[in-house]
Design a protein around this ligand. Structure first.
Ligand SMILES: NC(=O)c1ccc[n+]([C@@H]2O[C@H](COP(=O)([O-])OP(=O)(O)OC[C@H]3O[C@@H](n4cnc5c(N)ncnc54)[C@H](O)[C@@H]3O)[C@@H](O)[C@H]2O)c1
Length: 317
């Protein structure tokens, strides 16, 4: 089976590729533009680790470039596409909304078109909990009214709509997963956990938005990549499914856990008011996920943090 992963130099794409390469009969092509939104060194490190697998291939492709993307992907002829490439980050989306339109909406449009022309079997898309915005009821179910409150969320929702519209009348199976705050080894340096680890290392200030009272449904990356792998064997056409641990943690508690694991007594933590466009609480229902995938045993936050910190100490990422 030939599998294409877009965003393979990215955090989740890397873990998924690693997971899929364990199956020797799979051929995995990872594509990524290796953009400079965060450390290119980290992205290249992930690719170099993946390149150790005989069944992994990498191509530097920007999905905004329709012609060359088509040419390269047509050569590989994938059966399955995992579309994880994109421009993430909530706060940066107010500063540079154009990048979100290009790398989320246009990139998705281009890849969907290529997938249709190649008549692939399955298209799996990484959407985000941010499409829900602030909700009053928890845990958040997939059928709740959507309320995107920043350009990132708007472009993820737009991408979902493109996928639905373009695949609905075809034989291509499509599945949309909405991820909730994914963390783990080689995690994104723009997200809280790695930002915090880097700030401690460099003795810099770290800002706790909403005075540390935001809740996030932290979900360990290996759980996510395992679910994405199992999805190969499931018939889930047209389904939208949350991937969440359904057990949110308050940011100030998370800070305590991390300091304890690091055996550090104090950090330069500065509490600040809520930040525009950020959700106050993410807490996703995983009832639908468990219904289709059997009861998933999610990794405990402290175990996930321990693994993340161990990797940070040994690799610097
Ligand atoms: N990490 C999370 O908590 C989280 C939560 C919800 C949704 N998601 C979604 O999951 C996906 C993966 O997230 P991640 O955390 O691994 O992010 P990431 O930024 O680490 O990975 C995305 C990768 O896509 C690449 N990319 C961007 N635009 C591209 C383009 N035009 N062509 C080719 N490659 C391009 C980037 O270089 C990057 O390596 C993203 O679509 C993100 O929106 C992530």
């Amino acid at each position: 089976m030939k599998i294409l992963i877009s965003g393979a130099a990215g955090f989740i794409g890397y873990h998924l590729a690693k997971q899929l390469c364990q199956i020797k009969k799979f051929n995995v092509l990872g594509i990524d533009s290796i953009n400079g939104y965060y450390s290119k060194k980290l992205k290249k490190k992930r690719v170099s680790l993946l390149n150790k697998n005989k069944n992994f291939f990498f191509k530097n492709i920007n999905l905004n470039n329709k012609k060359s993307s088509k040419l390269q992907i047509n050569k590989f002829k994938p059966d399955i596409i995992y579309h994880l490439a994109g421009q993430p980050g909530v706060l940066y989306s107010f500063k540079n909304p154009q990048s979100y339109y290009k790398n989320n909406v246009l990139a998705t449009k281009n890849l969907v078109k290529i997938a249709k022309e190649l008549n692939i079997k399955k298209f799996v898309f990484a959407s985000s909990s941010s499409v829900y915005g602030d909700q009053k009821k928890f845990p958040i179910k997939e059928n709740f009214k959507l309320n995107p409150k920043n350009p990132y969320a708007i472009t993820k929702l737009k991408s979902e709509k493109i996928i639905k519209k373009k695949f609905i009348k075809t034989k291509i199976e499509f599945i949309i997963f909405r991820f909730f705050t994914v963390y783990g080894p080689f995690g994104r340096p723009d997200m809280f956990i790695h930002k915090f680890l880097n700030s401690i290392k460099k003795k810099n200030k770290i800002y706790l938005h909403n005075n540390g009272l935001n809740y996030r449904d932290f979900t360990y990356v290996n759980d996510v990549s395992k679910i994405l792998k199992i999805c190969l064997t499931k018939k889930l056409n047209g389904k939208i499914i949350n991937i969440s641990r359904c057990n949110p943690v308050r940011t100030d508690k998370l800070v305590e856990y991390i300091l304890k694991l690091l055996k550090v007594k104090k950090a330069n933590v500065v509490k600040i008011p809520p930040v525009k466009g950020e959700m106050l609480k993410t807490h996703g229902s995983n009832k639908k996920l468990n219904l289709f995938f059997g009861n998933i045993k999610f990794t405990e936050i402290k175990t996930g943090l321990k693994n993340t910190i161990r990797n940070f100490k040994s690799t610097g990422f």
